[in-house]
Design a binder for this molecule. Sequence first.
Ligand SMILES: C[S@@+](CC[C@H](N)C(=O)[O-])C[C@H]1O[C@@H](n2cnc3c(N)ncnc32)[C@H](O)[C@@H]1O
Length: 227
Amino acid sequence: MRTTCPCPPSTDRRRTKTSSDPRGRLLAEYAKLAPHYDARWERYIERSHRETLARLSISPRDRVLDVGCGTGALLERLAGACPGAPLAGLEPVPEMLAAARRRLPASVAVEAGWAEHLPFGTGRFDVVVSSSAFHYVHDPEAALSEMRRVLRPHGRLVITDWCDDYLACRLCSIYLRLFRKAHFRAYTQRDCDALLRSAGFVDVLVERYKIDWLWGLFTATAKSPEA
Ligand SMILES: C[S@@+](CC[C@H](N)C(=O)[O-])C[C@H]1O[C@@H](n2cnc3c(N)ncnc32)[C@H](O)[C@@H]1O
């Protein structure tokens, strides 16, 4: 991906480049990127979604939430694979959200919001997925606790993101932290495993892989515990 990344909340945020508010910086960066996002990241999106979908089997009745759904590309693929499945997306940046709404059928509910404060009831979803959004989340513990809350007992969590075990990703992370203020941090396979377990998830498996010569990702799968 080319360098542009986001961070966390406020719905009436001012878009100033100099804002010290990480959510304001995210909103500003992604407002600019939104019209170009799909074209600029086409190959990355296709490959990262392919890997995510390979680890995410859903049935037509599964209620699925995509956290940080961006322009809705993953939801579009899920809707194509499972027509009629109750799908929902959450996205904080109005311009990305608008693109998702344009692209997705009206049956897919796409809402504004942040991973750290999911605007959904407890136990509302069978599956929560998130792709390439976690490195922007400033309070990963809060986000995972929210993901666990909105999952039904034994619901499934699937998170794909950059993996800090790979040198190219580490360098990119350093660059982004220095020059792109919205980026927060990427995780190693081990960090991610520890985060999920300490958030109370069970059956945790974190796989890492490369999608091309540059990008190394992980996909974490886990289940929420029994009630
Ligand atoms: C690199 S894009 C990925 C978009 C999409 N998931 C995909 O795979 O193409 C990262 C997305 O995460 C969103 N995001 C950043 N911080 C977030 C947060 N704290 N909560 C929810 N979404 C967030 C951004 O607005 C952006 O749309």
